[in-house]
Design a binder for this molecule. Sequence first.
Ligand code: ZN
Length: 394
Amino acid sequence: MVEVNEKRLVDRFVQMVKIDSPSSHEREMADYLRKELEALGFDVEEDDSGRDLLQKLGDIRGAETVRFAGNLIARKKGTGLQTDTILFAAHMDTVVSNKGVTVKNENGVIKTDGRTILGADDKAGIAAMLEAAQLANEQQLPHGDLEYVFTIAEESGLNGARLLDKKKLRAKYGFVMDSGGPPHVVIGSSPAEIDFCIKIYGQAAHAGVNPEDGINALAAAGLGLSNIQMGRIDGETTVNVGVIKGGDKTNIVCDYVGLWGEVRSRNQDKLAWQLAKIQTAFAMACEKFGARFEMEEQPIYSGFNLTEEDEVVQIAFEGVRKAGMSPVLAARGGGSDTNIFNAEGIPSVNLGVGASNDHTPEESVTVTDLVQATRLVLGIMEAVAERAGAGAKA
Ligand SMILES: [Zn+2]
């Protein structure tokens, strides 16, 4: 197995964690990565996704002060093998700022002092990719052409990957280093998500003087809500109404309620069925009270379903084994850039980088998992090289 430079790996990880990079504030991180990648022999291109995103969000006023960045696409020629190009990806942003982070390493567990998130999601993935590229150089390991993609604004809704011009990519397969699980877990499926907004219009009236003239939108919303099923519907489907807003004063019959929710499923038919059930429940509730109702649906991302029959999963499995672990194929309930790459026709899996409790101040990652994630990246490069006939390298 390849000897990983543990100290360099951890140092680089900690250095990146200390670069504050919440979504749409990835400039400093992108600058750091460009320098590192160029030193490792990559050609680095930055796209306009950062500007596009800020414009889309109507936030271009602050664009100059925000110091936004675009996605980075870094390419490195292979060692002369006839193989398909493969893509490794990770996101540069963190879910929130970790400004002033204090990093501790307690017996091989890296975490913060509990005041901020760590940002191992996804800097653990980036650290593994960089260390793997450096080891491949130093130890002259055979590999095919590589595309390293570092996206912006993943945490704010996969925005960077969404805006990435996929025509720029040549990869046949993608390996996204961004799953919270341990590095032997290969995420081969993830649900599609559709968000919805329900608007219920009632009729305002004085609650004490003429309540009979009013139509209470809250009552209709309550009845509708009580008639839908929420939470885990089955093994591949979830429903949640997460936000409700309405009403103004206790002495006014409530004339408007808005509800926002989401449905996720790895099965497209079930997803459509749940949305239809929600629509029916609220339509019937509104009819009962004489309220008017609108429902809007917004597809967030499509799902993917890969199995052990798929070559990308087989390559990932070989990579896991080469890193000395036993692969497990799993499903995940959340979306990631992996959903976008799959939707664009690049079969991709999401791989564990070992970050646990991500999105919380208790977030941590072990040095062992950082090392194993690095070996996994190298293992995948090696598996691809072997398939091209480069021969095994122990
Ligand atoms: Zn992530």
